[in-house]
Each structure stands twice: as structure tokens, then as C-alpha cells.
Design a protein around this ligand. Structure first.
Ligand code: OFO
Length: 165
């Protein structure tokens, strides 16, 4: 049985994962209407993955005797100045998600809920990958600068990353 504090923290994390999915959906649709088909494919998939992260938490809360709350979502920003802005925003957001996950883990340890702490380790590992990927993408964009042939290839490669995954 989940204690109330842990249940509230997991419900806050459910809201954060839902909001992440919504953010990336807005980014994907911007890329889709800007001719960046590879980037949009990558971001649509990323949005779907965030929804899976949310669902995994919902099921866990309900299985452990708590009640998962389905949150209202903020309308995300829908226009971006370019790829660098998108991936900078994405990395900043993921850094906040990581901090939030770490707080849940801290709370689990302080309340001796080792089952939830163990469950949350999947999210800890996932955040390492997500932040690393965002940093790699930003490094590539910095190398490319405003070279349009480079940006064309970047977009194509990001789309291929989506289809290979
Ligand atoms: Fe759910 O990993 Fe990103 O936010």
C-alpha cells in the first residue's frame, strides 16, 4: 500500500510525464509544418514515449493500492525559432524531470518505501539516456551552425534514428 506522501509525489510525476508528452507533441507538429520531417518523426516518437512513461506510473500507483490522477495539461508553446531552440528547451525540460525523479527517490528512501524506490530506478536510468541524447543533438547542431546542407543531413539522420529505434 502506498503512503499518501508517495502517492502524491507519484501523481505529480504522472502530471510531469503527461506534460512532457504534450510539449514534445507541440514541437513535433511545429517541425512537421516547417519541412523538418526527420525531426518531427523523432519528436512524435518521443512524445509517445513520454505517454508510456506516464502510463507505467499510472499502472504502478493503481496496482499498489493508490489512485492515479489524470491531470489537466497546460497548452505548450507552439512556435519555435529553430532547431537549437527546440532542443535547448527539451534539455532544460528533461533536467527538471530528472530533478523531480530524484526527489521522488529521496522521498521513497526517507519513508522506507523500497518497492517504489526500486520501481523509480527505471526512470533514473531513462533520464540519463534522455539528457545524454539531447546534449549530443545540441553538440551536433553547434557543429553544423547555419550550414543548410548540414541541417538537411541532420534532419534526415534524426528521422533515421527514429526508424531504427
Ligand atoms: Fe519521461 O522522460 Fe523525458 O520527460
Amino acid at each position: 500500500m502506498l503512503d499518501n506522501h508517495i502517492e502524491a509525489a507519484l501523481n505529480a510525476q504522472i502530471a510531469m510525464e503527461a506534460q512532457s508528452s504534450h510539449f514534445y507533441l507541440a514541437m513535433a507538429t511545429w517541425a512537421d509544418t516547417t519541412g523538418l520531417n526527420g525531426t518531427s518523426a523523432f519528436l512524435y516518437k518521443h512524445s509517445d514515449e513520454e505517454r508510456q512513461h506516464m502510463l507505467k506510473l499510472i499502472r504502478f500507483v493503481n496496482e499498489r493500492g493508490g489512485t492515479a490522477r489524470i491531470p489537466a495539461l497546460e497548452a505548450p508553446e507552439s512556435t519555435f525559432s529553430g532547431l537549437k531552440a527546440i532542443f535547448t528547451t527539451l534539455l532544460e525540460h528533461e533536467t527538471r524531470v530528472t530533478a523531480s525523479i530524484n526527489e521522488v527517490v529521496d522521498l521513497c528512501l526517507s519513508r522506507k518505501d523500497y518497492t517504489t524506490q526500486n520501481f523509480m530506478q527505471w526512470y533514473v536510468a531513462e533520464q540519463i539516456e534522455e539528457e545524454a541524447l539531447a546534449r549530443t543533438i545540441l553538440d551536433k547542431l553547434a557543429m553544423i551552425g547555419s550550414d543548410s546542407a548540414g541541417l538537411y543531413l541532420f534532419d534526415r539522420d534524426l528521422g533515421q534514428l527514429e526508424t531504427e529505434a
